[in-house]
Write a protein that binds this ligand. Structure first.
Ligand code: ADE
Length: 230
């Protein structure tokens, strides 16, 4: 069984590529795909680039062209839950767009007029595998909850407070619900594994720049652990 693993940037897949036996590399529409073996599992690791469109396209490509039967999105995020700390890991129960708003035509927040879904539910067995993987790494603090997605970098305490209040999310990023939507439409299980690179506050751009590599490693460690559990 082939597992598709997505990271938006090279930083978010660097450890996976280092650990992987790469058999073939593909470039499709400026998106990179590395096919090979990782921890004894057949995988295609993809560098999708940022944002929901790229995440959706990468997911579709992994499923339709490479035959992926499950999708793991792995990377960094900003914390929305005030109890989260930098480098914590967040595992998705589901994903939701925070920047999709058709309420003026009577459609609830986060839903599209012709795709009436607000939360794309992650696959419970994959969630459990991610939790087990995180638990085996004593220095990683992991939380499970909803991950919010929008094509914007959140760096404001007010925005952070409102995202928490309106959507009840744990963390915010730019790809999760794109992967969730494409996985849902293609009947493919998925999970998101993110590590906190910043607290989505005023200093988030600075924290992100300094901590993105360390956070990305934590998320990839949990992803590697999932493959070990399979
Ligand atoms: N990815 C990492 N930190 C983020 C933030 N604060 N907002 C959006 N995406 C992020």
């Amino acid at each position: 069984m082939i597992i598709g693993i997505i990271g938006p940037s090279m930083t978010e897949i660097a450890l996976l590529l280092r650990e992987m036996k790469i058999e073939k590399k593909f470039t499709i529409a400026k998106t990179l795909f590395f096919k090979g073996m990782l921890r004894g599992v057949k995988v295609v690791v993809c560098r999708s680039r940022d944002g929901k469109v790229n995440a959706g396209l990468a997911t579709r490509e992994l499923i339709a062209r490479f035959g992926a039967k499950s999708i793991i999105l792995n990377g960094v995020a900003g914390a929305i839950n005030p109890n989260l700390r930098i480098l914590d890991v967040v595992i998705s129960t589901g994903t939701q767009f925070h920047d999709v708003n058709y309420t003026r035509v009577g459609v609830p927040l986060s839903e599209y007029p012709n795709l009436r879904i607000a939360v794309y539910q992650a696959n419970p067995p994959l969630v459990r595998l991610a939790q087990q993987s995180a638990k085996k790494q004593p220095y990683i603090r992991a939380t499970t909850g909803k991950i919010l997605t929008g094509d914007q970098f959140i760096a404001s305490p007010i925005r952070k407070y409102l995202l928490r209040k309106v959507f009840h999310g744990e963390a915010v990023e730019s790809e999760g619900a794109g992967v969730g939507q494409a996985s849902f439409l293609n009947h493919t299980p998925y999970v998101v594994i993110r590590s906190v690179s910043d607290l989505a506050n005023r200093v988030a751009p600075i924290d992100f720049r300094i901590l993105v590599r360390l956070a990305a490693i934590n998320a990839q460690r949990v992803t590697l652990g999932v493959l070990d559990e399979l």
